[in-house]
Design a protein around this ligand. Sequence first.
Ligand code: NAD
Ligand code: 3PG
Length: 317
Amino acid sequence: MSDIRCDCLIVQPIAKSAIRMLEEQGLAVHIAASTAFADLEPYLAVATAVITRNHGLSAREIEAAPNLKVVGVHGTGTDKVHKPSLAARGIPLHNTPGANAQSVAELVIGLALACSRSLIAADNASRTGDTLFRQHHRTFELSGRRLGLFGYGHIAKLVAKLGQAFGMEVATISRYTPAEELQRDGITLLPDLDSLCEWADVVSLHGIPEEKPLIDARRLSLIGKTGILINTARGALIDEEALATALKDGTIAGAGLDVLVVEPITADNPLLDCPNLVLTPHIGGSTDEALEKTGFQVASKVLAELAALERIPATTT
Ligand SMILES: NC(=O)c1ccc[n+]([C@@H]2O[C@H](COP(=O)([O-])OP(=O)(O)OC[C@H]3O[C@@H](n4cnc5c(N)ncnc54)[C@H](O)[C@@H]3O)[C@@H](O)[C@H]2O)c1
Ligand SMILES: O=C(O)[C@H](O)COP(=O)(O)O
């Protein structure tokens, strides 16, 4: 029999303050050495709660956790958690809507500026003393440009505000937002993704992935040769082969991606040698502020669930 004591397994590190919250309620917390199954398995075997981040939790990992009573996702996206396995055992799943939204929204604007001002190439030109760079490199202002948002949830609403502050016109195709809310926010509602891609100078993705990538070769040509594509949502929203071709042949002007189909990036990813592409390694929700808020929210939800199950005293949460 295992002598490991672990009430709550943290699959990927979260804020120290959140870990303290869990420990102060008497939980034995283990932070996994890595997301490899061999590192998780001994702790999954005994844990009552699991907190994970963008790694998610697979069917195999859930099966390896016979005592599991609650799963917390640090972040919004629960797409990598195998929900049928949890549902079959009646295990609740919590996430942290909105906790990292401001940080992601600020990154969207950062990526848009990096593309519109060619910041990566400009940095290189500065380091190499390329005095001709500013003569030969066309860049443009965001002000007066059109920002098209796919989805209008927590993050997109903040991106809209930041875009408007830059003097951008903003439209969305959210199916679920009441027309009065969009009118109040000064957002134009467009009928579909094709219209959004055609209309916008900067297309930013904030929806949930579907079975097929929504941004394919055809929609990239609708975005057009002066257009910029930003994706901080999920890699699966974009056909990466088609995007690599579009960046290389100038079908679109540039792209900024915080998320990829396979993370971390693999050596055979067609995007690796693309021009006018800014990549960040899924850092949207990794500011100090977002980590504090997200950690607090996920720890609170896991503790509330354990208290409801009488695994810890209710008065302490
Ligand atoms: N890069 C990061 O670190 C990071 C951080 C947070 C969230 N995310 C991702 O960003 C995305 C948005 O997150 P959020 O917190 O704003 O989520 P949210 O649930 O608040 O918003 C998602 C919005 O997308 C809309 N939507 C979904 N499918 C749609 C469709 N087919 N057509 C139109 N609208 C659609 C929903 O109605 C909702 O308004 C998610 O995919 C999430 O996983 C990434
Ligand atoms: O869906 C999310 O919120 C993001 O993927 C961020 O997740 P993280 O906690 O791994 O940064």
